[in-house]
Ligand binder design. Structure first.
Ligand SMILES: [Cu+2]
Length: 155
């Protein structure tokens, strides 16, 4: 019985120390969240691969300068278009004959073109609030699933 109590006590000590560490790291995180200057650029890290576009965005992004850093971790070339989708989502005008989005019919603030395999590129855009979709518009890549969505909101 005494041994069980000792074991229980050491388990609760372990839990307490885990909580202490967790609490600590939360404090550190909070202290690094300083308000950003109005002209500071928000960085969005993007990974392009077959056939996905993955961002590190977990929340809305404040409007203003946003830098998209795109890494192509694939063995084929990709690109990343930043499209202002208004209030829509992925319903982009699509040319099924060439399996690409009509770039002349979309509002595209910018792009990172021709990202060779294993390389990266970036673009900094000044984006007003709205919904944006990131796509790869090489033949059939959007259709295959290379898209991601972000929301930009007023600061
Ligand atoms: Cu692609």
């Amino acid at each position: 019985m005494k041994r069980i109590l000792q074991a229980a006590a050491s388990v609760s000590l372990m839990i307490l120390s885990v909580l202490a560490v967790a609490g600590c790291s939360r404090r550190v995180e909070a202290s690094t969240l300083k308000p950003v200057a109005a002209d500071a650029s928000t960085v969005v890290n993007v990974i392009a691969k077959s056939f996905r576009i993955i961002t590190d965005v977990t929340d809305n992004i404040p409007a203003g300068k946003i830098t998209f850093k795109v890494s192509n971790t694939d063995v084929v070339t990709h690109e990343t278009l930043v499209i202002h989708a208004q209030n829509k989502g992925y319903e982009l005008p699509y040319d099924f004959s060439i399996s690409r989005v009509f770039e002349s019919k979309i509002d595209k603030p910018g792009e990172v073109p021709d990202i060779q395999p294993g390389t990266s590129g970036e673009v900094t855009l000044d984006l007003p609030p709205g919904r944006y979709v990131l796509i790869c518009n090489l033949t059939a890549h959007f259709q295959a699933g290379m898209h991601a969505m972000i929301n930009v909101v007023a600061r």
